[in-house]
Design a protein around this ligand. Structure first.
Ligand code: NDP
Ligand SMILES: O=C1O[C@H](COP(=O)(O)O)[C@@H](O)[C@H](O)[C@H]1O
Length: 835
């Protein structure tokens, strides 16, 4: 068989790299020379064999017959459903069914397969959404086949992400107007797809749904159908599963795109010498160039340009290839291999500083949660790296203690934990030793060798003084040779403008901006993700979001424990650098920014930078500093900050700070933004409070009591704990007479949603793997953030400003009340009516 093998595509890619200016047509011609090393053939045989004898039924009680009967007389297009009642499945079914003329013209018969037979559901589905034959596949063999032989389950987490593909698909389906009604009955998690099977059983095309409602691109199905029948003018018939996609990839690789990508990957050695690995590289490049947002951000494999520019380039390259290439591809969109490669992809995750607190507390549990939710690529491995001496078993014991089964435990958590731990390894090494990182590289390469090529993600969970040393050694000695290499860098990103610039410059010596993922875990919190949805997806809030209606905004962080063990780190930074300059300022930026042009990372971050630039300098006179002291209650003494052994005696580092800032733009002019953060306070909370102005000429003024502030509307976005959003409104108390009460319109997440909220680190690690940079901080954001705070921090240190003492477990220093009063407002969290 004249097969289009993956290796053949690999060679074509090398050809492209070495002669990037060659036209796509020429490359296609080169690829079209037949080559048969048997691998594609073996794949087809395996796939075909797995379906031939599958027993299908027409109806639940119908007589079973072998699936091979479907294609014994001619080719067939098989729609493999997830669930007949679902909106997205109905949308897909009717779309295919309505295009049946084209498929039938290409000689295909259309059938639909369900893996569950709920009579009423089927009756509501066919013939309303599907007019052809429908068969029941009890074994779910077709659902497996479209996903390479395994059941693939969609994750409910995917539905929680308002920017995710699943949400976009739901929107698209609703807007299509083709589905009148839908329901939630049946198994909605087992993903489906679509296949074209040739007469006799050879699979000519296969597409597995990657997430809910991700359907095979119509142009691709049609092109495959035409190829299958050999009807596309002048085209050789070719097996479609790989070749269709391979050609799509090659089309994207013409001219400068190929050149740029080739240049972007570092180090470049061995790229062309390893044909087996090229397949993966093809994926990485295509994933980056494929259509929707996930793809432009997708691999992050290598661009310093904005996604729009890149998308335009890819489009131009594809257009070029269309012009010069075969007419049968003229309508073909450039879709990536992401979905199938998600399973084939190999990923090595390195946690540097694996013996430390953050790694144990957050990173490994998050990785396990992602694994449990099937969010990690099939071929992933985790490597812990630190100086401490441990073997793999000891390392596994160390992290096992912190893994939990909190996410939707389906009873298999223990087993999953064991599976996860089997993929965890430990490599001891010094942080400044390239040789030690080379040893890690070797270890990873051994682990990766079964796959085509692995991407590598490093999480630098180490003290800031060694960030750049590690970045240097890791990038030099342990970068991925053919996939992407990304590094998540933890805060603190410097101590002031100067040290930040130094750190930044040092990182840039070894990494490009698109490889650096500066994490601020507050951006990964559910309610922060929801902030932009709340603003921009509701008509009722955005018009009020300005100086005209808002009196002040408060961003509040409090913890009911002290530095406890982290005093050594904390004392060098203090609460302003630890929480306000990063977490709270990031929240403020998202809250106050203008509507971005799109939800792309760069558009959002551009708006954040603008609003930060419009912010005035933080001034000492607008700031209150505090430090907690010990407190004895009922015979128990809670230690003061200075009682922490890791804190120097007489330290004046603030553990509490509050400040007011203004944003000097048309929207926010004159509105005080009050930021407050403290440790060892009365409770643990993080929230945004928006206090609205008083109602002018209020008819009920005399019913509201003397304190009008109590009756102003207040919108509270409770980031944690007990996540939720509520709006304080005035309401008539039911009954005779007219009494007014201030009450809450309350959306408390745990009452409304059953799903466990993912931890911020889970979301952010996954985003990094996906190349989604929206929730990571760009260098220029930090630059501005430091500009606003550096002068005041310097002044505090130069003057040796003494913090006001407050007792452990109290509501903080009294000075904070004066600060609010200076702006004629009160702290919402300290109001008597606020529990
Ligand atoms: N812990 C937390 O809650 C949070 C931490 N962060 C940030 O995450 C990063 C990691 O934090 P965390 O895990 O608490 O840090 P740790 O202090 O626990 O350090 C992590 C590891 O780094 C190594 N290490 C510690 N001190 C040094 C040193 N002076 N020189 C070289 N290596 C050292 C140790 O491993 P070994 O000796 O085995 O090499 C240690 O296990 C830091 O940047 C921190 O600011 C951010 C937010 C929260
Ligand atoms: O970054 C930090 O955040 C934690 C608080 O995080 P949370 O998710 O538990 O609210 C804080 O304790 C720590 O001091 C700071 O470095």
């Amino acid at each position: 068989m004249a097969a289009w093998t993956v290796e053949r595509g690999s060679r074509a890619l090398c050809l492209l790299q070495s002669a990037a200016k060659a036209s796509a047509q020429k490359v296609l011609e080169d690829m079209q020379r037949p080559q048969d090393d048997g691998s594609f053939h073996r794949f087809i045989v395996k796939m075909t064999a797995s379906l031939q004898n599958v027993q299908l039924r027409k109806g639940k009680d119908g007589a079973p017959f072998p699936a091979s009967q479907l294609w014994q007389d001619g080719p067939v297009l098989v729609v493999v459903l997830r669930r007949p009642g679902c909106l997205l499945c109905r949308e897909e079914a009717i779309r295919i069914w309505n295009s049946r003329d084209k498929f039938e013209a290409a000689g295909l018969k259309l059938v639909c397969i369900v893996h569950e037979y709920i009579e009423r559901e089927i009756a509501a589905f066919a013939p309303e959404y599907w007019g052809g034959d429908l068969f029941y596949d009890e074994e779910k063999a077709f659902n497996k086949a479209v996903h390479g032989g395994n059941i693939r389950k969609g994750s409910l987490l995917a539905l929680l992400n308002p920017w995710g593909d699943a949400a976009k698909n739901i929107k698209r389906a609703k807007e299509s107007g083709t589905v009148k009604d839908s329901n939630l009955k049946g198994d909605g998690l087992t993903l489906g797809g679509l296949m074209i099977v040739k007469k006799g059983g050879e699979v000519a095309y296969s597409y597995g749904e990657k997430t809910f409602g991700d359907h095979a691109p119509p142009e691709e199905i049609l092109a495959a159908a035409q190829q299958r029948s050999g009807r596309a003018a002048g085209r050789p018939v070719m097996p479609a599963l790989h070749s269709m996609r391979l050609v799509a990839q090659v089309l994207t690789l013409s001219g400068k795109v190929a050149q740029r990508h080739a240049a972007d990957h570092q180090p470049q050695r061995a790229v062309c010498r390893q044909p087996a690995r090229q397949h993966h590289r093809l994926r990485a490049l295509t994933a980056q160039s494929s259509a929707p947002s996930a793809s432009t951000n997708g691999s992050g494999a290598a661009t310093t340009q904005s996604p729009e520019i890149e998308a335009a380039e890819v489009e131009a390259a594809a257009a070029d290839a269309r012009q010069n290439g075969s007419p049968s591809f003229s309508n073909m969109k450039v879709y990536g291999l992401q979905e199938e490669n998600w399973e084939k992809a190999a990923l090595s995750i390195v946690v540097v500083g694996a013996s430390g607190d953050l790694a144990k507390k957050k990173i490994f549990p998050s990785l396990f949660a992602l694994y449990y939710e099937n969010m990690l690529p099939q071929n992933f491995k985790v490597y812990g790296y630190a100086r401490s001496k441990m073997n793999d078993e000891e390392f596994r014991d160390l992290i096992a203690g912190s893994l939990t089964c909190r996410l939707n435990d389906a009873g298999d958590c223990g087993k999953k934990m064991d599976e996860f731990l089997e993929r965890c390894f430990y490599q001891a090494g010094q942080y400044a030793s390239e040789d030690d990182f080379a040893a890690l590289d070797k270890r990873m390469a051994d682990g990766e060798s079964e796959q085509s090529c692995a991407d590598r993600m490093f999480y630098l969970s180490i003290p800031p003084n060694i960030f750049t040393t590690v970045a240097a050694c890791a990038s030099k000695a342990a970068s991925s040779k053919c996939g992407w290499t990304r590094m998540i860098v933890e805060k603190p990103f410097g101590k002031d403008s100067e040290s930040f610039q130094e750190l930044s410059a040092a990182l840039y010596e070894h990494l490009r901006e698109d490889q650096i993922y500066r994490i601020d875990h507050y951006l990964g919190k559910e309610l922060i993700e929801n902030l932009t949805v709340l603003r921009f997806a509701n008509l009722v809030f955005e018009p009020l979001w300005s100086r005209q209606y808002i009196r002040n905004v408060q961003v509040i962080f409090s913890e009911n424990f002290g530095t406890e063990g982290r005093g050594g780190y904390f004392d060098q930074y203090g609460i302003v650098r630890d929480v306000i300059q990063n977490h709270l300022l990031q929240i403020l930026a998202l809250f106050a920014m203008e509507q971005p042009a799109s939800l792309d990372a760069e558009d959002i971050r551009n708006e954040k930078v603008k609003v930060l630039k419009s912010m005035g300098q933080v001034r000492l006179e607008d700031m209150v500093l505090g430090q907690y002291r010990s407190r004895t209650t009922r015979g128990t003494t809670l230690p003061g900050y200075l009682d922490d052994d890791t804190v120097p005696p007489n330290s004046i580092t603030p553990t509490f700070a509050a400040c007011s800032v203004f944003i000097n733009n048309a929207r926010w002019d004159g509105v005080p933004f009050l930021l407050k953060a403290g440790k060892a306070l009365a409770n643990k909370a993080a929230e945004i409070r928006v206090q609205f102005r008083h109602v002018p000429g209020n008819l009920y003024r005399n019913k509201l009591g003397l304190d009008l502030d109590k009756a102003t509307n207040e919108l509270v976005i409770r980031i944690q704990p007990n996540e939720g959003i509520y709006l304080k409104v005035n309401n008539k108390v039911p009954g005779l007479g007219l009494r007014i009460d201030t009450t809450r319109l309350d959306l408390t997440y745990k009452s409304k949603y059953q799903a466990t909220l993912p931890d911020a680190y889970e979301r952010l690690i996954l985003d990094c793997i996906n190349g989604d940079r929206r929730l990571f901080i760009r260098n220029d954001e930090l630059e501005v953030a430091w500009e606003k705070f550096t002068p005041v921090l310097k002044e505090i240190e130069d003057r040796g400003v003494q913090p006001e003492l407050y007792p452990y477990g109290s509501r903080g220093p009294v000075g904070a009340h004066y600060l609010a009063a200076k702006h004629g407002v009160r702290w919402g969290d300290l109001a008597a009516d606020d529990e």
